[in-house]
Design a protein around this ligand. Sequence first.
Ligand SMILES: *Cc1c(COP(=O)(O)O)cnc(C)c1O
Length: 404
Amino acid sequence: MTVSARSASQPIIALHAPEIGERELERVRDCLARGWISSAGAVTDEFECAVARYVGVRHAVAVSSGTAALHTALLVAGVGPDDEVVVPSLTFIASVNAIAYCGARPVFVDVSPDTWTLDPDKTVTFLRQECDVRNGRLVNRATGRRVAAVMAVHVLGHPVDLDPILEAARARGVITIEDAAESLGAAYRDRKVGGLADLACLSFNGSKVVTTGGGGMVLTDSDGWAARARHLTTQARSDDREYVHDEVGYNYRLPAINAAIGIAQMERLPEILERKRRVAERYREGLAGLPLVAPAPEAAWARSTFWLYTVRLKDLRLPALRDRLLDSMRQEGIEARPLWRPIHLAPMYAAAQRYHLDHTEDIYRTAVSLPSSPGLVREDQRLVISVLERSLAEGTAGKDTSWV
Ligand SMILES: *Cc1c(COP(=O)(O)O)cnc(C)c1O
């Protein structure tokens, strides 16, 4: 295979380009020079410490992907066959697949139109009014199954309004897991996400704010859960001399070479977040004059990382504006993308319970994620905004938009 120059179909302005430089190279070089290539040893431990310190949790367990982190967190939380887990449908498929890996089932609850994350009122109402406590277990009246956990996904860098959910879940013995894969560095009421619930998961895949190429992490304050996560993700080996295993484990440990990149990335994180905020601010200002465009949400109690700066088009009476915009962006070499197709529409999860999904599909149909790299330069961002402006002007030419 040959390495070719950039072809015409490749985007010129990326959706989210990683910040990789001399720091990362130095760490990886050092790691290789010492022969620390596997997951054993101090490098992975050091990465765990850096993330645990940053988020403010007692324990961090590094794994090979965010999906593996979610699977591990669910297992540690005791989620098993035929249990149910409350999860939004508006999320990346991995949040829900991890539930299926445990033999459990999703219960899809709507997202709030203000934050696009799990609706706290609907979640609390579901736990309070649709379920009964029987023999110390919370049972979903509609299905007769145990509701074991809530997976609160901090979508696109914006935190979930978690306090009411945590309170209702704790009162009923239900464990709350944060899927913080998209939101490292975000804050909820001045507390960092990843340290708010019983367990939390991060992803370090290539497009996330902090990347290790591939990787993930389980965060918790519980000594017991952290030990169990470590055990499960290293093949559940119970003896360090003999190959004795006491349950079905997984080969999920993060290799040192990836962790080395992560250590350097964590040093950059505050600066990356600041630059991403500046990008978000410029979008907010640049799009303010466009009545058909709603800026990316940020609640008064939230500090978003704007992982992907995602706007909503007010196109309910003008369908197809979104697709026109996506086409215009592609033609200009700008990488923009729609949100994930809601998971309740995927064939594997079509039979799952849906709890008042009033906003999920509307948000999906009208949202577009714009280039959000921390290194996005002013001129490129101006081009993105002007392409957006032009595409909407063409899409609404001759049409009545006085209702906006
Ligand atoms: C990226 C992502 C994951 C999965 O992470 P991987 O590291 O790609 O396995 C899980 N949940 C959400 C919400 C994500 O965005």
